[in-house]
Ligand binder design. Structure first.
Ligand code: HEM
Length: 400
């Protein structure tokens, strides 16, 4: 007989398998799909776990994305940091302000634009794999492959130079690590905003062919601080997410060698396989935070105006109502929609770019290293569980 679930509870975070979300989610989804949740700051909110309810909550125009991101231990940014949305950070705004910015930025991330930049992406991927092969086996795939590829792509799109890149990477990593203390967090934010401020002032005077220049001098020119905010958002949203999908995705492929072999034999399966990896791994592990602006009802429960909802993408993406055998990685799974990129007006703006990066990167990895394997037992791979906003691996020792 199962014990009743405690209510209110704290956000589940302990995993027993590196690829599966915490076990509590399955029981919550089945028995208490809308549960009361004690937020780290002490307030009581809601945890939403069923696919249909998650979609409904994200599509509801009465819910807003606050600037905070709730994790099991903290509400980020920490309470002492100012909570005003910086100009341009449209992920934390509601329409119509959000849509105004989003329209201007989305043109750099369309399917067509991603096709156009594919040759450059292939070149970056090729260079990173060559560097790793030259370094020799064994090597850390995170260091040579999954971290540098998305970092080079997004910094290059923004016009950040190779010399400046390590600083940006460090600031973003610090901002997305849950071990960062308030002092270091402030330093990282100041570094990021200060660096982008300098870059934007330089592009104001002398535009180049990058996104920041374009936003400053395009048909709807934006103010300097708005462009800084957009740059910060693109770096925070586009770098660690894709990096973690590449690292964790490679880990999943290497522990499922028969499926990886099928993919290697027929790269035509890659599109479907990537959607399945996104679903199965759901790296936005603690879900999305929303605030109800008015009273609303989800799954028969009344959410009061002002209450916080934690909308679990990881739980929704394993909902047996939608997927047969949801806890199995099946790279040939018939295309079922997933929520790894969110849903509604804030659905990931960089989804096409992320997909193309993953397709080209996994394709090249399998092609160039046919004997790739883990260099340590799977249980020794250090996963980024409760210490990072996005789930992934800290390193992935591989041999070939
Ligand atoms: C596999 C990699 C990625 C995953 C899993 C991912 C996931 C997500 C999710 C779940 C959201 C919704 C947030 C919310 O509703 O509160 C989101 C939003 C966003 N993503 Fe991604 N993302 C990825 C890659 C990227 C890339 C490469 C970029 C571009 C540089 C990007 C830019 C954005 C932006 C700008 C938003 C905010 C959109 C808005 O609020 O209108 N993402 N992403």
């Amino acid at each position: 007989m199962s014990m009743p679930l405690p209510d209110p509870m704290i956000l589940p975070s302990r995993r027993s398998c590196p690829f599966d979300p915490p076990e509590e989610y399955a029981r919550l989804r089945a028995e208490r799909p809308m549960s009361r949740l004690r937020l780290p700051g002490g307030r009581i909110g809601w945890l939403v776990t069923r696919y249909e309810d998650v979609r409904a909550a994200l599509a509801d125009p009465r819910t807003s994305p606050p600037l905070i991101q709730v994790t099991p231990a903290t509400e980020l940014p920490l309470p002492e940091t100012e909570l005003e949305v910086p100009p341009g950070v449209f992920s934390a705004l509601d329409p119509p302000e959000q849509s105004r910015y989003r329209r201007l930025v989305s043109r750099y991330f369309t399917r067509k634009r991603c096709r156009e930049i594919a040759p450059r992406l292939e070149q970056i991927i090729d260079e990173q794999l060559t560097a790793m092969i030259d370094h020799g086996s064994p090597a850390d795939l995170v260091q040579w492959f999954s971290q540098p590829i998305p970092t080079r792509v997004i910094t290059e799109m923004l016009g950040i130079t190779e010399q400046q890149r390590p600083d940006y990477q460090r600031w973003i990593l610090a901002m997305l690590s849950l071990d960062t203390g308030p002092e270091q967090l402030r330093e990282a934010r100041d570094g990021l905003y200060g660096g982008l401020g300098e870059l934007v002032r330089a592009r104001r005077v002398e535009p180049r062919g990058d996104i920041l220049s374009d936003l400053l001098h395009g048909d709807t020119p934006l103010k300097d601080d708005e462009v800084v905010g957009i740059g910060a958002l693109l770096l925070i949203a586009g770098l660690e997410t894709t990096a973690n999908m590449l690292g964790l995705g490679a880990f999943a492929l290497l522990t499922n060698p028969a499926q990886a072999a099928a993919l290697r034999a027929d790269e035509g399966l890659l599109d479907v396989a990537i959607e399945e990896l996104l679903r199965y791994l759901t790296i936005v592990q603690f879900g999305l935070t929303r605030t109800a602006r008015e009273d609303l009802e989800i799954a028969g429960r009344t959410v009061r105006a002002g209450e916080t909802l934690i909308v679990s993408l990881a739980a929704a993406n394993r909902d047996p109502e939608l997927y047969t055998d949801p806890d199995r990685l099946d790279l040939r799974r018939e295309q079922a929609p997933h929520l790894a990129f969110g849903h509604g007006v804030h659905q990931c703006l960089g989804a096409q770019l992320a997909r193309v990066e993953m397709k080209l990167a996994f394709g090249a990895l399998l092609r160039r290293l046919p004997d790739l394997r883990l260099a340590v037992p799977p249980e020794e791979v250090p996963t980024a569980g409760e210490d990072k906003v996005f789930y992934g691996v800290h390193s992935l020792p591989v041999a070939w």
